[in-house]
Design a protein around this ligand. Structure first.
Ligand code: TPP
Length: 559
């Protein structure tokens, strides 16, 4: 495996390192700043997806990191390429996704003159990456790439940016290859487990909340077995719904945006919350209102693979520095109390979840997104993947779709718009046999909708659903609450999205009535082409539980 050849350039060595670290796909928008790498990729087994905008490329890399637990990789050019990509970097940062972005950089000898597209990457990306570096010494490529992989994947994962001066990439080097990286798993110690068991045994209304990255099938199964043995109610955190089977009798719902009010009441009533794997961020803590800061009154156990997350906002009664995998495995060593006091609560919580998610609520207009979701939930194979970005349309996904498999949902917890199309492309590249459905709002779709061309270019039969309410609906909803009746900068005049699909070389269909959705979806599937299904949604249908009109009237009544 070890290379020692003068004929290898730093660019070739870099690509060799990617292969060694297990990279099969990279996403890029080309630039003259990293031609050496593009050339070296030609002779490598790595599959290159060329994208239309760096934001899309970075989101694709994030999606790969999210799905596989190994850093997703993208290449972008200096200056404008890097700033375009920052949307994906920020997602990877907030969502704790392992990801590495390589950026072409100006020649070393021109630095600090503000040369063409020059940027100080450490300054620009410093606050939204785990590490940003620039490789000035070509011989150090294997060393610094190895560090990039370890840094991105270990502890709390996140993005790493590596800048590559153009002239450095073309230098011949002697450096030896690195060895494949392996993320470190940390396990709870015996005392932690004993204390956890004691806390559980004393609790009357305990609750587990699962979140964060670094789960795999094994960890998910181990958590399910623990929940069964302890009859423990288990919630999932915002957009981490795939961590627990929603039809399992221990599932208690998701603690996300616009959650079931009963979920929030249950979380408030809990006398022990064990948060496994996730950050205690703004959304799962319901705007930091669920627990007292810094020392919660409710007993709190926080299990996280990143030591720096433990005690960041909340000082937990028990902090366990462990990865979800090792923690879940260790739970097998705990024996449940003879008398489980909370069995009735667990059953009630699951019944509440089923009641909340079972049937679509009535909606104004011809297309009911709730019925679209319940149809998809019954029609899609269990290993289908739903990808989406941000907007109120997603509330119907969260409420009515039931994710049965780990990794079945790709959506940013940072609620960044424009994620649904790039993520779907990345997933279809990774899993050609799986059905990939991208669900978008109209505003959301057009943030990265041009990547539909990428799907066409690579023949990726993703099915893109666009819920078009001719509005940045979420913001309109907030507007109606705060400034009722005053619509400012939230109306949209949209293209014909089905025609857009056809213009790009894909399949397009328009749906104006719920009853026509199934046929449109089946036609899209049968076409074998990248497809867009344009849903005409009534702007008043702003959420599964209320309308814009009701929100405005309530706000006017308060005024
Ligand atoms: C990149 C980005 N820009 C802006 C926002 C703020 N934002 C959140 S939701 C939203 C509107 C989404 O509109 P649309 O996709 O049409 O979905 P809808 O809410 O109408 O269902 C906006 C502008 C954001 N979350 N992300």
């Amino acid at each position: 495996m070890f290379h020692k050849s003068k004929s290898r350039t730093a660019a070739q060595a870099l690509v060799d390192q990617l292969v060694i670290h297990g990279i099969e796909h990279v996403f890029c928008v080309p630039g003259e700043s990293f031609l050496g790498v593009l050339d070296a990729l030609l002779d490598s087994p790595i599959h290159v997806t060329v994208c239309r905008q760096e934001g899309g490329a970075a989101m694709m890399a994030d999606a790969v990191g999210r799905a596989t637990g190994k850093p997703g990789v993208c290449f972008v050019t200096r200056g404008p390429g890097a700033t375009n990509a920052s949307a994906g970097i920020h997602i990877a940062h907030q969502d704790s996704t392992p990801m590495i972005m390589f950026v072409g950089q100006i020649e070393r000898g021109l630095k600090d003159r503000e040369a063409f597209q020059e940027m100080d990457y450490r300054a620009v990306f410093g606050s939204m990456t785990k590490w940003t570096t620039e490789i000035d010494v070509a011989e150090r490529v294997p060393e610094l790439v190895s560090r990039a992989f370890h840094t991105a994947a270990n502890g709390r994962p996140g993005p790493v940016v590596v800048a590559l001066p153009k002239d450095m990439l073309n230098e011949p080097i002697w450096a030896e290859d690195g060895a494949p990286f392996k993320a470190i798993e940390t396990a709870p110690d015996v005392d932690d487990l004993a204390e956890l068991l004691e806390l559980i045994s004393k609790a009357k209304r305990p609750l587990f909340v699962l979140g964060g990255p670094r789960w795999d099938e094994e960890a998910r199964d181990a958590m399910r077995l623990f929940a069964e043995r302890f009859d423990m109610p288990v919630m999932t955190s915002y957009r981490r719904m795939t961590l627990f089977d929603p039809l399992h009798p221990c599932y208690a719902g998701d603690l996300g945006l616009a959650p079931n009010p009963k979920v929030v009441s249950r979380a408030r009533a809990a006398d022990l919350i064990v948060c496994v794997g996730g950050r205690l961020g703004e959304i799962p803590t319901q705007a930091y209102g669920l627990l007292e800061i810094p020392s919660p009154n409710t007993k709190l156990v926080h299990v996280h693979p990143g030591a720096e997350e433990l005690g960041r906002v909340y000082n937990p009664h028990l902090a366990i520095h462990a990865s979800p995998k090792r923690f879940a495995a260790a739970l097998a060593r705990l024996a449940p109390p003879a008398d489980i006091a909370w069995r009735g609560e667990t059953r009630a919580a699951h019944a509440e979840y089923l009641a909340w998610s079972e049937a679509a609520t009535p909606q104004p207009g011809g297309v009911n997104l709730g019925e679209v979701m319940t149809w998809l939930r019954d029609a899609l194979p269990h290993d289908a993947i739903i990808c989406n970005g941000a907007g109120n349309y997603a509330a119907w996904i969260h409420r009515f779709f039931r994710f049965r498999n780990l990794g079945g949902h790709m959506a940013p917890t940072s609620a960044s718009m424009g994620y649904g199309v790039p993520a779907a492309i990345a997933m279809q590249q990774l899993y050609p046999e799986r059905l990939i459905v991208s669900v978008n709002g109209d505003g959301d779709f057009l943030m990265n909708g041009q990547e539909f061309a990428t799907a066409v270019q690579y023949g990726l039969p993703i099915i893109v659903v666009v819920a078009d309410n001719a509005s940045y609906g979420t913001i309109r909803m907030h507007q109606e609450r705060t400034f009722p009746g005053r619509v400012s900068a939230t109306d949209l005049k949209n293209p014909d999205f089905a025609a857009y699909a056809r213009a790009f070389g894909g399949f397009g269909a328009t749906v104006e009535a719920t009853a026509d959705f199934a046929a449109a979806f089946e036609a899209a599937r049968a076409s074998g082409q990248p497809s867009i299904i344009h849903l005409k949604i009534d702007a008043d249908a702003i959420s599964p539980s209320t309308t814009l009109t009701q929100i405005r009237e309530a706000a006017l009544a308060r005024a």
